[in-house]
Design a protein around this ligand. Structure first.
Ligand code: GDP
Length: 445
């Protein structure tokens, strides 16, 4: 699906790799070519714009890793951007309910591959996850679709709800729910009716079924070959249905990949699986890193840059630890801590690494503290002279005014930063006095 894009990007990187040192102009030009490549792959314009502006920002702020070629660092920036575009490291499997049966609602246009995908999911859940699965077709307008699902169910070895002619879709849904509960099924997959185009009747029926069934997962199946139409379809469905995820079919086809690359950004929904063929077992769990790696085809370069960056971080952490053990913590150290935090995705990124922090997250959101504070604090520090950063004591009122003006904040904010730094420095000093035991405790040693 991404062949064209892969080819274009590898051309960009080949040209870049031929150069030793990269100027800003080289990087700008490379990113311009990346932009064209993404647009040609049919990625939505706002998604491309966002990608390029973030990549530029990163390229400008990237610390130089001496052991890595500049061109390789650009590859890594593009890789990280693609991973983010594809949804990052969010878990992409299905959300199963704590109390069975888990209800999964399938929605999508006719011909998107919805029924086939229902069969694929049923197979996956019953074979790989050993769940007892019931499927039910709600497509009352097309008896053939009901037969198709029943045949598929037989083929994959799961039960399908017996067809009763003349029943309405909501009534079939209710019957399916009762059957699933009474007969101890782990999972019930409801295959709603599709139409060939976006249609009010289809939407309101699907929305009504969602109200009745209260599903754990409401999944839109979209055909990746239809490109930006698929993205528009997803957006329209998402406005009417509480969608929880997407499955893109025909990823094995020769579409340009734009749908897959735009979906996440435009809808905010995770892509959970990719349909990779007509056969019933051709359903791949979606993995942003794997897909980004496949698009770039530069797996070893990415691994190399990641390793070098990790080494650099480790060296920096060690340098900091040695300084702290001597009871020293100047404003340069504070600045490098702030940039470490931003590298980890800011406050949200760091919080995301900690389990059970929902409450803290909420408190932070309510307190109005956000990542812009870190950026402002860094701006304040970078408006200081080298000497001021080493010896904040020399910061008299006139210097503070100059720094405030230079970083676009008021003097009170400069004072707050200095106070915060003083408290941290005092804390490190008192810890280093007890022979570094406090520091060791803090590092969990
Ligand atoms: P529905 O109308 O949305 O239920 O669509 P169907 O499930 O009947 O699928 C329509 C056609 O698309 C069938 O011929 C499927 O075999 C085919 N199809 C579904 N998913 C994929 C896929 O991931 N790759 C390919 N190549 N074909 C698929």
């Amino acid at each position: 699906m991404f062949d064209g894009l892969t080819e274009r990007l590898s051309g960009v990187f080949d040209r870049l790799g031929g150069r030793g040192v990269l100027s800003d102009k080289d990087i700008d030009e490379a990113l311009r070519e990346v932009r064209v490549a993404l647009l040609e792959a049919d990625v939505a314009l706002p998604v491309v714009k966002d990608f390029i502006s973030k990549a530029k920002e990163k390229a400008a702020g990237e610390s130089v890793i001496r052991s890595v070629k500049p061109a390789d660092q650009v590859v890594k920036i593009v890789y990280d951007g693609l991973v983010e575009m594809l949804g990052g490291d969010v878990p992409t499997g299905l959300n199963l309910a704590l109390n069975p049966p888990t209800i999964i609602l399938m929605a999508g246009l006719q011909g998107s591959g919805k029924t086939t995908t229902t069969g694929k999911l049923a197979l996956r859940l019953s074979k790989t996850e050993r769940k007892k699965v019931l499927v039910a077709s709600l497509d009352t307008r097309r008896p053939a679709a009901m037969e198709q699902l029943a045949t598929l169910a037989k083929q994959v070895g799961v039960e399908s709800l017996p067809i009763v002619a003349g029943q309405s879709a909501p009534d079939i849904a209710k019957r399916a729910l009762t059957a699933a509960r009474l007969s101890g099924y782990d999972v019930l997959i409801l295959d709603t009716a599709g139409r060939t185009t976006l249609d009010e009747a289809m939407m309101s029926e699907a929305a009504e079924i969602a109200r009745i069934a209260n599903p754990s997962e409401t999944i839109l199946v979209a055909d990746s070959l239809t490109g930006q139409d698929a993205v528009r379809t997803a957006k329209a469905f998402h406005e009417r249905l509480p969608l929880t995820g997407l499955i893109l079919t025909r990823a094995d086809g020769d579409g340009r990949g734009g749908a897959a690359l735009s979906m996440r950004h435009v809808t905010g929904l995770p892509i959970k699986f990719l349909g990779a063929g007509e056969k019933i077992d051709q359903l791949d769990v979606f993995d942003a890193r794997r897909v980004a790696g496949r698009i770039l085809g530069q797996g070893d370069v990415v691994a190399l840059v990641e390793k070098a960056a990790a080494d650099l971080d480790a060296a920096e952490a060690e340098r900091m630890a040695r300084k702290l053990a001597k009871g020293k913590f100047d404003l340069d150290d504070l600045s490098s801590q702030l940039s470490q935090m931003q590298k980890m995705g800011g406050m949200e990124g760091i919080m995301g690494l900690l389990p059970g922090v929902q409450k803290v997250k909420k408190q932070i959101a309510e307190s109005g503290i956000d990542d812009s504070i870190f950026r402002r604090q860094q701006a304040i520090i970078s408006s200081m002279t080298k000497e001021e950063r080493k010896k904040p004591d020399i910061l008299a009122a006139s210097r503070k005014r100059r720094i405030a003006a230079g970083s676009g904040v008021d003097v009170a904010e400069v004072n707050r930063l200095l106070k915060q730094h003083r408290q941290m420095a005092d804390m490190f000093k008192s810890m280093s006095k007890d022979g570094g035991k406090g520091l060791a405790r803090m590092a969990g040693m």
